[in-house]
Design a protein around this ligand. Structure first.
Ligand code: GAP
Length: 461
């Protein structure tokens, strides 16, 4: 048992949850599995199980609704992962998307030069074994592959390291086909790939991951105003997502941290079990991207401002760039709690509960017959059938009712509906609320409305 555990201190057992606990729960309950596990695992890659894919889809939908449905001036896109290799020359990734690396000549370990003890680096001393380190060299993070039948280098192609470039190369298509006017945005969700050397901390930093990015095109000179606006919008998004806001903070990039394209950048950081780490970036990318694509493609990417005497200019871009898979990890960590719920002096006194916002929970409502017999199972199945169109449901008839509640708590199901003998008599069911464990009795006909109201009014306690 770890040292932060205290059974007497209050209702929460674990003040500082560990990544080990999150990884273990994620595997045990079907959220996230190691990729190719039966072959010993593939580092930098993870698979999302039945609960994980539901959670990921819901986070994605939440973000998509926020960005497109709730912002009239943002449209969506789904660009291909494989793009013309010149895109990555224009974007600066071929030249600049590198990590500084050093290798130990003795133990053969590889390190990011900027992440090890700088005094040891200066002495070329390995932080692990004390052996001699190589000189620092630049390592490009883009995965290369080959397109076409011949593997002689002429078909060199990259797996995209960010979704943003797919938006920039389609900027003119969308401008024209959708008759957009500045300012406007394009949103996209999709896979990105980076040959990350350090991939520890579960799904925090992986080689294959998903991003949710939005690029907002503005008139030069209006970029700072919209940069501030989007910082405000992104902060408000996390409030709606129902996470603990005292776990979030801003970090402004210093001059030496700014990416090659950025004029200004702020990260929203979350306090993960390993400390405050980047969750999402809001970047003022200036007119760097479109200027470069205009130069490299030879196509005119200027905007013609018909409202201002056909003035021509290259728009500035404000970007909001979030990791979907990293956000899933944040939501899991934020939801996790071990709570004291009894006084018997054994493990049954404790429950592990995930306090997901009901709109994110993989299962919204579980229907549980008190007994399998006397027609209760059939009645419960029938009630579940009636809820299916509106909610994601589960059905569980195995074991004591208390254990079944615990199983649902552990995957974050916000509502359990229990069907008992009284249901047969008067048509009422019990609704049990995950966070408060409070139970109320409602008529079967009022169930759907009761649940919808509870979802709408949900506030984490
Ligand atoms: N288009 C800008 C861009 O890609 P970034 O800061 O490199 O900016 C944006 O990445 C977000 O993508 C990060 O805040 C993080 O959430 C996510 N991300 C980046 N690299 C990742 C990785 N290796 N594994 C998981 N998520 C990653």
């Amino acid at each position: 048992m770890d040292s932060s555990v205290s059974r007497d201190a209050g209702i929460t057992r674990d003040a500082g949850i560990t990544m080990e606990k999150i990884v273990s729960l994620a595997k045990r309950r079907g959220f996230v599995f190691q990729s190719s596990e039966i072959y010993g695992g593939q580092s930098g890659a993870w698979d999302y199980g039945p609960m994980g894919i539901e959670l990921k889809n819901r986070i994605q939908r939440f973000w998509w609704k926020e960005m497109t449905q709730l912002h009239d001036d943002i449209v969506g896109l789904d660009a291909a992962i494989l793009m013309h290799p010149r895109v990555w020359e224009a974007s600066g990734h071929v030249e600049n998307f590198t990590d500084p690396l050093v290798d130990c000549k003795k133990c053969k370990q590889r390190f990011r030069a900027d992440q090890i003890d700088q005094a040891k680096l200066a002495k070329k001393e390995c932080p692990e074994c004390g052996g001699e380190l190589t000189d620092t060299r630049k390592f490009n993070l883009m995965f290369k592959t080959n397109i076409g039948p011949v593997d002689d280098g002429t078909g060199l192609i990259y797996l995209r390291p960010e979704t943003a470039q797919g938006i920039y190369v389609n900027y003119k298509n969308i401008l024209q086909s959708n008759r957009m006017k500045l300012p406007f945005g394009i949103a996209q969700v999709g896979k990105a790939f980076r040959n990350e050397i350090v991939t520890k901390n579960f799904i925090f930093r992986t080689c294959e991951f998903e991003q949710m990015e939005m690029q907002y095109f503005v008139k030069p000179g209006e970029d700072e105003k919209f940069f501030d606006y989007w910082r405000g919008q992104r902060w408000a998004y996390y409030e709606k997502l129902g996470v603990r806001m005292d776990k979030l903070r801003w970090h402004q990039h210093g001059k030496d941290e700014l990416a090659h394209y950025a004029k200004d950048a702020y990260d929203i950081e979350y306090e993960f079990p390993m400390g405050f780490k980047e969750l999402e970036g809001v970047h003022n990318r200036s007119n760097y991207d479109l200027t470069r694509h205009q130069e490299f493609s030879g196509k005119d990417l200027q905007y013609i401002d018909q409202d201002n005497g056909n003035e021509r200019y290259i728009p500035f871009i404000v970007e909001t760039s979030a990791g979907l898979t990293r956000q899933l990890l944040m939501v899991l960590c934020d939801a996790y709690e071990e709570q004291k719920v009894g006084d018997k002096g054994n493990e049954d006194d404790w429950r592990t509960v995930l306090h997901f916002h009901p709109e994110l929970a993989p299962v919204t409502v579980a229907v549980l017959p008190l007994m399998k017999k006397d027609g209760l199972a059939e009645l419960a199945q029938d009630i579940r059938q009636g809820l299916k169109q509106e909610f994601s449901t589960d059905y569980d008839q195995g074991g004591a009712i208390g254990r079944r509640y615990r199983r649902q708590d552990e995957v974050g199901t916000p509502f359990c509906v229990t069907v008992d003998y009284q249901t047969k008599e008067d048509g009422t069911v019990t609704v049990r609320f995950r966070d408060s464990m409070e139970q109320i009795r409602v008529k079967r006909e009022e169930l759907e409305l009761t649940l919808k109201k509870a979802i709408k009014e949900y506030k984490r306690v």
